[in-house]
Design a protein around this ligand. Structure first.
Ligand SMILES: NC(=O)c1ccc[n+]([C@@H]2O[C@H](COP(=O)([O-])OP(=O)(O)OC[C@H]3O[C@@H](n4cnc5c(N)ncnc54)[C@H](OP(=O)(O)O)[C@@H]3O)[C@@H](O)[C@H]2O)c1
Length: 313
């Protein structure tokens, strides 16, 4: 496993990390047990992953806590998140500490390494900065959190409206950004500014549904062809990413997808979501294989240039 410095946090983070959300939620979403989820966490740690990401909204904080039971606290980076809204309204900023305390209890720890505001809609961004950042700073002063993070609601904000603003501000130590080979718009809009500010970047949506299920990919790309956003001369409609898999290239589309994100300048760690031990092992192997061949990367940049309307979900 390779490790890099997560921007201004100075944390030494594995280049691939484990997400306890997404469509798998460590397998809980697909009806695997909490014990199985905790095993996924343990196995990830044994294989060298040192950042585990969860959120109050995922319902997986407790199983992450269980999976980390025998790990020395200082050997793992715990990342979790605060939901701004409940029952369609904004939660009260004065109750912020209660959420932090609940996450601490769920995760069975007395500090959180990275505490993010979760999926912030651009219409809530002013509220987040004016009302919640001061609460986050108080939590930092109390030693309950170490670094301030923000994640975008990429599924509904595929053009990065929120993070384009956030990256101009100085309060964020870490950002969780939607970026994959289908939507590379964060490269210009977010990563350049994040590098200049030394903000830690965690990549999300590397694979999701479109890059792990061929039928979803074809359906999604057909929509782009119909809208005239993809050039039919550049892509085989029946096997759009097939050119990536060859003896000197990727082993599979999933392999290509994680490697593409892992070697993107400005990305520190790529989050993977899985409830499957074999997938966990495969994905760690993927990121240790090195970058994709340069001509394949260039072709992906050329095919998907300007695409920012899809997320790969
Ligand atoms: N706004 C936010 O804050 C936000 C939003 C989304 C995600 N996140 C974070 O980012 C993390 C990563 O996102 P994600 O969970 O969507 O992850 P992802 O890694 O992009 O995609 C995960 C999907 O790919 C499948 N998969 C993984 N490895 C595979 C393999 N080798 N072969 C075939 N299929 C494979 C998984 O199914 P299996 O279970 O079968 O492996 C799952 O369906 C989340 O868990 C969460 O922590 C944050």
């Amino acid at each position: 496993m390779d490790y890099v410095t997560l921007g201004r946090t100075g944390l030494n983070v594995s280049v691939i990390s484990l997400g306890a959300g997404g469509s798998s939620r460590l397998g809980i979403q697909t009806e695997r047990s909490g014990q199985h989820a905790a095993e996924i966490v343990q196995n990830a740690i044994e294989r060298g992953i040192n950042l585990i990401d969860t959120a109050e909204a995922y319902g997986t904080e407790s199983v992450v806590g269980a999976g980390l039971k025998h790990v020395k606290r200082e050997d793992v980076i715990i990342s979790t998140k605060y939901s701004l809204r409940e029952n369609k309204g904004l939660k009260k900023a004065e109750d912020f500490e209660k959420s932090v305390d609940q996450s601490l209890a769920n995760l069975n720890t007395d500090y959180l390494d990275i505490y993010h505001l979760h999926g912030v809609d651009h219409t809530d961004y002013d509220y987040a900065v004016q009302q919640l950042v001061p609460e986050m700073i108080k939590m930092k002063e109390k030693g309950k959190i170490r670094f301030l993070g923000i994640t975008e609601a990429f599924a509904s904000d595929s053009t990065h409206k929120t993070l384009e603003r956030a990256v101009q501000d100085n309060c964020w130590d870490v950002m969780m950004v939607g970026f994959n080979l289908l939507n590379q718009s964060a490269r210009e809009k977010i990563f350049k500014a994040a590098v200049a500010k030394n903000i830690g970047v965690l990549d999300m949506f590397a694979v999701r549904r479109a890059l792990s299920r061929p039928e979803v990919l074809i359906e999604l790309l057909n929509e782009l062809f119909e809208k005239g956003l993809l050039d039919a001369r550049k892509v085989d409609r029946n096997n759009p990413l097939g050119f990536l898999v060859h003896p000197d290239g990727a082993h599979s589309i999933v392999d290509a997808a994680y490697r593409f994100c892992r070697y993107e300048p400005g990305v520190h760690s790529v989050l993977m979501g899985t409830g499957n031990l074999q997938h966990l092992a495969n994905n760690i192997e993927s990121v240790s294989r090195g970058p994709l061949p340069e001509q394949d990367i260039q072709r992906l940049k050329d095919i998907f240039a300007g695409i920012d309307s899809i997320t790969g979900n």
